[in-house]
Design a protein around this ligand. Structure first.
Ligand SMILES: Cc1cc2nc3c(=O)[nH]c(=O)nc-3n(C[C@H](O)[C@H](O)[C@H](O)COP(=O)(O)OP(=O)(O)OC[C@H]3O[C@@H](n4cnc5c(N)ncnc54)[C@H](O)[C@@H]3O)c2cc1C
Length: 444
């Protein structure tokens, strides 16, 4: 019998965003849950109280899942709403591009650590959820269906459970162990750009040096900075820069190189970053990876969610949102199918084509953010999309709107956007043909 029953025992491997959210889904369904997380308890480290953090854009899909576990309002209270993008040109000029047609269509800038802490706090409040920090999954035994965990001090414990959830992120050990010896597909693609996080502090009075309710973008073709606002008026900047070649990470060897890079590409920003060089030294350079894999589950006892089965580049701001959507989809599949293997299969079938599409959209959006956002043709197309969307709110939905402000599956959104592109192209071609014909008639 593999139905989801009360006091069924589930072990979650990875207590990041997806793992801690799914613990809540399970707890609400009456399961006994143990979460094993490799890192120390972030709530004890106090990372949100002055330490380094990263900001994410939370949008409709993520909010919908948070609402299902009753956390929508609590989480949104910690976020800063972003109504659109401010594009910063090299000469300092700024242009605002709204995210949607009204105030509902906004993104929310959220501190990843703070969000993780809320999810952990709420999960821990359930008497049937136990969190185990500094416990790392190191191996999985397919024959005995046991997972080996390395505990603080290096001792190994073998765990049994009714089933296991792998939520251990982009470099998932659970996925690797789960697929060992199987005919499993796996691909990993590293971006040739890395990233560095920097801080733009608030003014002395706590006000923001930039428009607070917006995502700021410095698109430079070769490189890019994106900034998310914090509640305290500061902004967390992420610089994306090539690893190799001219003006790349490999050529930055000290303060003079950092300052030269910023004078060349971000002259308006440099004076606003008093800790630029110190932060550059202190903060590691991050890598970005896209992964695709199949299968996502093993029989009826092991299944993956989030980055563990589909890491994407962050340029569509959908990694966490899609991981949260996974949690909702898996929970739904478990409720709908008495047989757990069927539930896992249905969950994978319903999600994988769409997360594969998201991976491609996220790659394409890197080009958009780096160079297209500043092009007049791109702006014209955006304005036309927003105009048509206002005219026919249900009939015409720009791709960005469908991805960020709806829960239309990613693949369906892309199909619909391509149809709209064809309509626009046909209209533009017809208009051009009429114009040419009119001009020819006039000449005659
Ligand atoms: C620069 C950047 C910007 C981003 N911006 C956005 C954005 O704006 N919007 C958005 O939606 N997404 C964004 N993302 C993506 C988002 O951060 C991820 O998609 C999201 O964190 C995935 O959640 P997860 O729980 O699957 O993985 P993670 O959050 O990575 O959590 C995995 C957890 O598993 C733990 N773990 C790892 N190995 C083991 C092990 N062997 N045993 C036990 N525990 C283990 C880790 O310590 C971690 O806590 C961004 C990512 C980056 C890098």
């Amino acid at each position: 019998m593999t139905t989801m029953q009360s006091q069924e025992h589930v072990v979650i491997l990875g207590g990041g965003l997806a793992g801690s959210l799914f613990a809540l889904y399970l707890a609400r369904r009456g399961a006994r849950v143990d979460v094993y997380e490799r890192r120390a308890d972030p709530r004890k480290l106090g990372v949100t109280k002055g330490g380094r953090s990263i900001n994410l854009g939370l949008s409709k899909r993520g909010i919908t899942s948070l609402a299902e576990v009753g956390l929508r309002d609590e989480v949104l209270a910690t976020a800063v709403a972003m109504e659109g993008r401010v594009i910063h040109d090299l000469d300092g000029a700024q242009h605002f591009q709204p995210y949607g047609k009204n105030r509902q269509e906004v993104l929310h800038s959220i501190d990843r650590n703070e969000l993780n802490e809320i999810l952990l706090d709420r999960a821990e409040e359930h008497p049937n959820v136990a969190l185990h920090f500094e416990h790392r999954c190191v191996a999985i035994d397919h024959a005995t269906r046991e997972v080996s965990i390395e505990k603080p001090g290096g001792t190994i414990e073998r765990l049994r459970a009714d089933w296991f959830l792998g939520a251990d992120g982009a470099f998932s050990k659970v996925r690797e162990e789960m697929q060992r010896g199987l005919r499993a597909n796996y691909s990993r693609e590293f971006l040739e750009w890395g990233y560095k996080e920097l801080t733009l502090p608030a003014n002395a009075d706590g006000s923001s040096q930039l428009k607070l309710n917006a995502l700021h973008v410095w698109p430079r073709g070769h490189c890019l900075i994106v900034s998310h606002a914090n509640r305290n008026g500061s902004h967390t900047l992420t610089l994306f820069l090539p690893f190799e070649g001219p003006d790349s990470f490999e050529h930055i060897h000290g303060r003079a190189d950092i300052e030269r890079l910023f004078r060349k590409f971000f002259p308006d920003l440099a004076p606003l970053l008093p800790d630029l060089c110190d932060e550059w030294e202190r903060h590691p350079t991050g890598t970005l990876v896209t992964t695709k894999t199949a299968p996502w589950h093993l029989d009826d006892w092991l299944v993956l969610v989030g980055d563990a089965c589909h890491a994407v580049y962050p340029f569509y701001g959908q990694g966490m949102n899609s991981a949260f959507e996974d949690c909702a989809a898996l929970s739904r599949a478990l409720a709908q199918h008495a047989d757990r293997a069927t539930a896992f299969r249905e969950y994978e079938r319903s999600r994988k084509p769409h997360t594969d599409t998201l991976a491609e959209l996220s790659k394409a959006n890197f080009v958009e953010l780096r160079q297209k956002v500043a092009s007049p043709l791109f702006l014209l197309r955006k304005r036309l999309d927003v105009f048509l969307n206002r005219l026919a709110p249900e009939g015409w939905l720009p791709l960005y709107t469908m991805i960020a402000h709806t829960t239309i599956p990613y693949g369906d959104a892309l199909v619909r956007a391509r149809k709209q592109d064809r309509v626009l192209l046909a209209v533009a071609t017809t208009a051009a043909a009429i114009a040419v014909l009119g001009a020819a008639l006039l000449v005659r």
